[in-house]
Design a protein around this ligand. Sequence first.
Ligand SMILES: [Fe+2]
Length: 709
Amino acid sequence: MSEGPWILGLSCSHNASACLLHGDHIVAAIQDERLLRYKRQRTSARFIRYCVNYCLGAAAIQPRDLNLIVCSSILGSSDRDVDDIWLNDYIRAAYFKVPLLTITHHLAHAVSAFATSGFRDAATLVIDGSGTRFECLTDDEQAVVLNDDARAGDWEWLSYYESHDTVLRPVFKQVLHPHTFDQDGLEHFGSIGHMYAAVADLLFGDFLDAPGKVMGLAPYGTATFPVDQWLTVEDGGLVRFSPEGLREAKRRCRDERDLPARADVAASVQRATEYALINIVHKIRAMSASTNLCYAGGVALNSVANELLVRQSGFEQVYIFPAAEDSGVSVGAAYYGLWQLEHHNTRQRVRHDAMGRIYDGGRIDRAISSTPAVSVRRSSNIASDVARLLCHGEVVGWFDGRSELGPRALGQRTILYDPRRSDGKEILNRRVKHREMFRPFAPVILRDHAQDWFDVAPEEQDSPFMLRVWTFLGSKATLVPAVAHVDNTARVQTITRDVQPLLFDVLSAFFAETGVPLLLNTSYNVAGEPIVETPEDALFCLMSTGIDCCIFDDRIVRKQEGFKSLLDLRPRISAKAIMADLPVVAGCVMASADDAAVAPSPWQDALIPFEPSAMWHVRDAVRSRSGSGSRMAYGLVQTEWGDVAVLIPEQYFRLLTKIDGICDGHALLDTTCGWSEKWLLTALAGLYRASLIRFSCASLSATEGKSTD
Ligand SMILES: [Fe+2]
């Protein structure tokens, strides 16, 4: 049992998260997006609650029991109250007299990597899109900014710290000016993260989630743009960016169907990223007294660039924190708090990205028994049974212990598949993932077999967090086409029995059966949805996709014979309340004949969750986008982590008005006009994830009362 202070670290950003330490032990760490089932959930310091409740609940403590809270916030709202954690009604730090510290964004990233590296000393590098504003940096950090024109309003995006025990000394830092656009609407970016995101936005219309797609597309193309069209690196390490690369990319990508041209753009920006990273790291190597490198920040998820860094940086050891993007900032904030209280570092390497809470057998059984239309079988040898199912071509959902904090599924909430199938990618995409076909799937491999399959030295064959990319040896890739990328590489996760015994045994059984020591391993979710967290999330993903079965310890759960889709079930409203703003005219509430009429959501088709006490802020935001007289609809729902309000777009609101708890999905489809089956399935799944509805079996007599509560 751990001893020491209870310390809560918070990251308030577009990847809001919390981390609870007891002494130097991570009790739990989670992103809000996993709990609210809404990707990239943005949460500000005043309203952060659900991830905090989750972490404190894992330890059965209350906010009053905390010894310290450390918060890192980068939302930078114009409304300062929104960023003020002292105003947080759930944490109530002032009332409970809990000390509170704040920490800058890159410092928190840096601490997350160094504190979990096990190193006594290291050079620590952080690269992302943007972090803390220049005027909010400490004097020490401002003093090492390389840009001679840095000013208030700029954002840090690259930082290098010399790290020793509990001291991180800033050595150099680079900031960027806020985005500007030229007369052609062309974005002038100022960081590697924003450069990559600008290309992701150009190619896929999504700057936050699509950078991974750019990396996946790059090997299909050729880097035909000169690097200096994107950036140059000066002798002192200062990176200067040029908009010419993006201008040229825009010109070449006028035709959306011209995949080769788009792939060339992806390859070009990837090469520029690698060039800058290697140049910067070589400069750091020349300056650092340490032979160890720690690395974090969103750009550290670029596993292709990481591989170059591991092989060419000149550092003897390289450690990359698995939650390298902003979810990991809460871990850094928490360890920074520990350093302030206890003045010692952990010196223990994090070897397993499994930081969520435990769901015991009783909880799993309750989730299964309350899910309609499933059956369960217990296995006396789950490892060999799962290996056999995989050999038979089944898509297996794998739920094992604590969830991962970072964005990669690493065997805790994972979908497994036979990598030998040449149609594996197509099957997984058609039945579950619905991703672009150019995107690769990744393998998990028994660590001691890695050198037999990949071009990697025995002493370097560790990749526990899927942050490296290796080339297949010889013709090995032809044996596992479902996980081989077009350039004969794979983004690999290695596992060992001491860290992940159950999955290790499955891989061993599959190896014994087939001679192949690896499996396809992809995240347990559908496109656009956060990775599943609870047993209920995993079961719903089973019910709403083409996954064949889900494994919970020794349980094999399947859909019942004859079940085809969510339309076979009866949805019923489970929200506490659903409301639509009604205008007041001449002192009267105007309840029109068509109460279902609300304004189309300014955020398209998204069901957006928010903390109920943030209602006035959300209402202001809606009206600033869609007009002061517009009516919004919202629901109030109960979740395990607290009550949540949900902004409901017009079409979803109309669907909710049709749900009576009696009609099944087929009847809903018959009684409504203009909804396709595909849209209705998507909408029902969205309403379920937002906790606005639950499902019961359509057959009232046989399964009355059995529902997915
Ligand atoms: Fe960041």
